[in-house]
Design a protein around this ligand. Structure first.
Ligand code: PXL
Length: 285
């Protein structure tokens, strides 16, 4: 019997609009992985709402890390996501260097649909590369991938060789594993694409297109991917599990025609994760 894996999740907590910790905690818990939240900010609602109250927790992060070090707390994974200030990059770097054996996952949360989020300054976006440089796994969406590569957001579909080139160039920024979500390829399909530098392997998972997007989708995808990798799944199976669960949640939410701001209606779908489905819907990119 192995014990439960533990992830330090450096992320905000938002009251309204499921995203970040309100998605990450239930998802990873359902997968049998413990989450230790390291809140970067508390918000009354995520930044996609027209108004929100925000309390920045930058000055909480260093003392929290000191406490964990003093307690000899071990983490199997350090996972960074939504950050409230560019100074928080330094604190994330301190967490990563304090736990050199932990899996370092950076979700370079910066924007969606070709736009940066309201609170993401130019400096914060540019400093995100410092986290990407030390990560083992990064999970940008196409908007974030384009910001990291200083490329224009693709106006249309990408060829398979363009997608491979983006994956390789992102990996050259640091992470051995790169997964990009929401990529439209020239066959007209929407895909999640991934690259493992060590084995030089490229993978893709086809997603059904749903004409809607919801807050917290990237957080859900990254958390399932992390849970799956920590449980020992290969990269394509982890991508498959994360895509399948995210797609199920998008379709459920779309069927109720809920506003995108409310996020994914994940509560009813958690048993799917507990069931730990057998999967094999990946192909080579
Ligand atoms: O899901 C990304 C995210 C996380 N946290 C907050 C956000 C967003 C995206 O809008 O506003 C507070």
């Amino acid at each position: 019997m192995t014990g439960c894996k533990r992830v330090a999740a450096i992320q905000d907590i938002s009251g309204l609009g499921r995203c970040s910790l309100t998605v990450i905690i239930p998802v990873l818990s359902a997968m049998g992985v413990q989450v230790c939240p390291v809140p970067t900010a508390v918000l009354s609602a995520h930044t996609g709402y027209s108004e929100f109250v925000i309390r920045d927790l930058t000055d909480y992060m260093a003392p929290a890390l000191e406490h964990y070090k003093k307690m000899n707390t071990d983490f199997d994974c350090i996972y960074s996501g939504f950050l409230a200030s560019s100074e928080q990059i330094d604190h994330c770097l301190e967490f990563f260097s304090a736990y050199p054996d932990a899996l370092k996952v950076v979700d370079p949360v910066m924007g969606d649909d070709g736009q940066a989020y309201k609170t993401y300054t130019r400096e914060l976006c540019s400093r995100m590369r410092e986290l990407v440089a030390v990560a083992d796994i990064i999970t940008p969406n196409l908007t974030e991938a384009s910001i990291l590569l200083s490329e224009d957001y693709p106006a249309g579909a990408m060829t398979r060789s363009e997608a491979k080139s983006w994956l390789v160039r992102l990996s050259e920024q640091g992470a051995g594993i790169v997964v990009i979500t929401s990529v439209m390829l020239t066959d007209g399909g929407m895909y999640t694409v991934g690259y493992d530098r060590e084995s030089s392997s490229f993978w893709k998972i086809k997603n059904d297109y749903v004409p809607a997007h919801y807050s917290g989708t990237g957080d859900m995808f990254a958390s399932v991917l992390i849970g799956s990798v920590l449980k020992g799944d290969s990269l394509p199976i982890a991508m498959n599990r994360a895509s399948a669960f995210t797609e199920l949640n998008v379709k459920t939410t779309y069927s109720y025609q809920k506003p995108w701001t409310e996020g994914l209606m994940l509560e009813g779908q958690l048993p799917w994760l507990i069931g730990y489905q057998e999967l094999g819907d990946y192909t080579n990119l």
